[in-house]
Ligand binder design. Structure first.
Ligand code: SF4
Length: 365
């Protein structure tokens, strides 16, 4: 069964991390947040007709956990008629409180995605993150005490200055936390970030590719030893606790995106909301583009190959009536290079291809 999702964007952060290029800002005051929440609820209500078919809700940011209890309650009330199978809120450890956790429980939130990135204090300071290792352990302890069944942690590797020992230590802490899911990304130098400005001044040096590849291998090996299944290039789950909401993105399912700069994919349209707050407040939607078979197939290939199980060739044939090796002749070359393979009727990345995914994805662009 294909699920339908609802993504809700909370664009506020207490401070800005040095690597971040998400749609976010530090709010001027409490009124700014409240004005935003009211506009957000209005936008959510405009999708009321879809409520019965929504199966995952994901409240992301920004930093959703910087909302206070009253603001959260307003938001949760506006979507209480939806009965999702998976209901996620992103939390930054420093802005979590037991009161907020109890409210999450009351409203049926069953998955928390915790922005940890690293447990090393020096690196946390370098990234401009505001929590400590102790915060993370306290939050997870409380979430478990109130029976939130699914806890995911976000990690970053290949941070300049990070050593293999620090990475091993981070992964040891993950083991100690005993959680159900990990998302682990390498640090990417994005334009319009503090690190990018540092880079332009010659004050930021990216980790070299060999070291980055070594770290990725360590992440894969260590998490596997801990019982995680590597199910998507950057995602690992225990006991099939995949992120159902993200699976919607990777399988081209439909999702509504509400909030500043949010993307959606609904009724064959890709939607994009305004990124500037004043524009969003007067009219959220910036544009909607009707998708055709060509763009759908392109997305299907790129997102599908991110999953370790790849894509079913018979599904592609049936859904798009196309021979992908005729459509994308360079695919054969990638097979010869050992970057992709066909196994049990599915096209998937090889172990080597996992490291060089971009070389494969280029074939479809
Ligand atoms: S908390 Fe998240 S959204 Fe906010 S600045 Fe840091 S990385 Fe970006």
């Amino acid at each position: 069964m294909i699920l339908k999702g609802l993504y809700i964007h909370i664009p506020f952060c207490e401070s800005i991390c040095h690597y971040c290029d998400f749609v976010k800002r530090v709010p001027k005051n409490k009124e700014m947040i409240e004005t935003y929440i009211n506009a957000l609820i209005k936008e959510i209500k405009s999708y009321k007709d879809h409520f019965k078919t929504i199966e995952t809700i994901y409240i992301g940011g920004g930093t959703p956990s910087m909302l206070d209890v009253n603001q959260f309650e307003l938001l949760f009330e506006s979507i209480k008629d939806i009965s999702p199978v998976e209901y996620t809120v992103e939390v930054n450890p420093e802005s979590y409180t037991k009161e907020k956790g109890n409210l999450f429980k009351k409203y049926g939130i069953n998955r928390i995605s915790l922005g940890v990135q690293t447990f090393n204090q020096k690196l946390l300071d370098y990234l401009n993150r505001k929590h400590t290792k102790e915060h993370v352990f306290d939050v997870v302890k409380h979430l478990k005490s109130i029976d939130i069944p699914k806890i995911s942690v976000d990690l970053i590797y290949a941070i300049p200055g990070q050593t293999l020992d620090v990475l091993y230590k981070d992964l040891e802490y993950i083991n100690e936390l005993d959680i159900t899911h990990v998302s682990c990304y390498s640090l990417i130098l994005e334009e319009k970030t503090y690190f990018y400005h540092q880079y332009l001044r010659g004050k930021f040096e990216q980790m070299d590719e060999d070291m980055e590849a070594k770290m990725y291998q360590i992440v894969m090996d260590e998490l596997k030893k801990q019982g995680f299944e590597h199910y998507e290039i950057s995602n690992y789950a225990k006991q099939n606790h995949y992120s159902l909401h993200n699976m919607i993105y990777w399988t081209l399912g439909e999702y509504i995106g509400v909030g500043l700069g949010a993307h959606g994919f609904i009724d064959q349209y890709r939607t994009l909301n305004h990124k500037a707050l004043p524009k969003y407040l007067s009219q959220p939607l910036e544009k909607k583009d009707l998708q055709n078979q060509e763009t759908m197939l392109q997305d299907e290939m790129i997102f599908g190959l991110r999953k370790m199980k790849g894509i079913s060739l018979s599904y592609l044939k049936e859904r798009y009536d196309v021979d992908i090796f005729v459509k994308y002749p360079r695919l054969k070359e990638k097979i010869e290079l050992g970057l992709i393979k066909i196994e049990d009727g599915r096209l998937m990345l090889t172990d080597k291809g996992i490291f060089l995914g971009n070389q494969v994805f280029m074939v479809f662009i």
